[in-house]
Design a protein around this ligand. Structure first.
Ligand SMILES: C[S@@+](CC[C@H](N)C(=O)[O-])C[C@H]1O[C@@H](n2cnc3c(N)ncnc32)[C@H](O)[C@@H]1O
Length: 243
């Protein structure tokens, strides 16, 4: 597995045995490197090896479909109680940040990506995250497989959707989910989130709730303290419902 090599604000994701040139010298990664080890460049600068965690994966994954931000993923986990052993059906995979976080939490994730090139990148990202055994990336359109998933599966604990056509899957949520299972829909636009909310109600799901996610970084400066005037503002809306 690749590890992060960190010195101040510099960090590089490198594999055992890899040689990598930086302006602070060449890092030669030992084959037996372990998290917590210190590796010196040939110029004597020390880099500390770390196992990459969720936020590192968000920064270092190769990007395709716009990834969900850690703050939105935190809300999905918090509102649904996603935890070890849960079976999750996810679409679309995109970059795979949500799928990888859920895999690291201990969920068994089946995730659909309709773009074959994106799906290949997502598989590489899952390998980077060390979650390939528990996150299965399927190439295909989720809506094409809904009938077979309902017929063949015992039921998922959680359905996570980050696609424009999410309402089509939400309508099948009562058949896809175990009793008490959750659906979580992430939508960047209010029109999409309203459609998902209405689909959940029409499907007869309970506890239907939609939230706008707002998070403000705080700046503590010489002149005073206030929410940052820079950075990401709106990300999206989250709709939750329960079978
Ligand atoms: C916004 S990205 C998802 C990002 C992902 N949640 C993450 O955290 O990295 C949306 C992805 O869904 C895929 N997609 C859209 N509709 C789909 C469908 N019906 N079935 C499978 N994939 C779909 C798109 O190709 C795109 O890659």
């Amino acid at each position: 597995m690749r590890l992060l090599f960190v010195h101040d604000d510099r960090e590089y994701l490198l594999a055992p045995g890899e040689e990598f040139g930086t302006d602070l010298g060449v890092i030669e990664v030992p084959e037996d490197v372990a998290p917590g080890d210190t590796v010196e460049t040939h110029l004597g600068t020390e880099f500390v090896a770390r196992e990459p965690r969720g936020p590192d994966l968000f920064d270092h994954f190769e990007r395709t479909g716009a990834p969900m931000m850690p703050r939105d993923i935190g809300l999905v986990v918090g509102h649904t109680g996603a935890s070890r052993g849960d079976r999750v059906l996810d679409a679309g995979t995109g970059t795979g940040v949500l799928a990888a976080y859920l895999g690291r939490v201990g969920c068994a994730v089946t995730t659909y990506e309709r773009d074959p090139d994106f799906a290949d990148v997502a598989r590489e990202n899952m390998a980077l995250a060390g979650v390939e055994p528990t996150v299965e990336v399927r190439t295909g359109d989720l809506t094409d497989d809904l009938d077979s998933l309902v017929a063949d599966d015992d039921g998922f604990d959680l359905l996570t959707l980050d696609t424009e056509d999410a309402p089509a899957a939400v309508r099948r949520a009562p058949d896809l989910l175990v009793s008490g299972g959750f659906v979580a829909v992430y939508s960047p636009f209010v029109e999409g989130t309203r459609a998902a909310h209405e689909a959940a109600r029409e499907a007869g799901l309970g506890e239907v709730e939609t939230f706008e996610t707002i998070q403000r970084r705080m700046d503590f400066g010489e002149r005073g303290s206030r929410p940052s005037t820079a950075g990401v503002g709106h990300t999206g809306y989250l709709t939750f419902a329960r079978n």
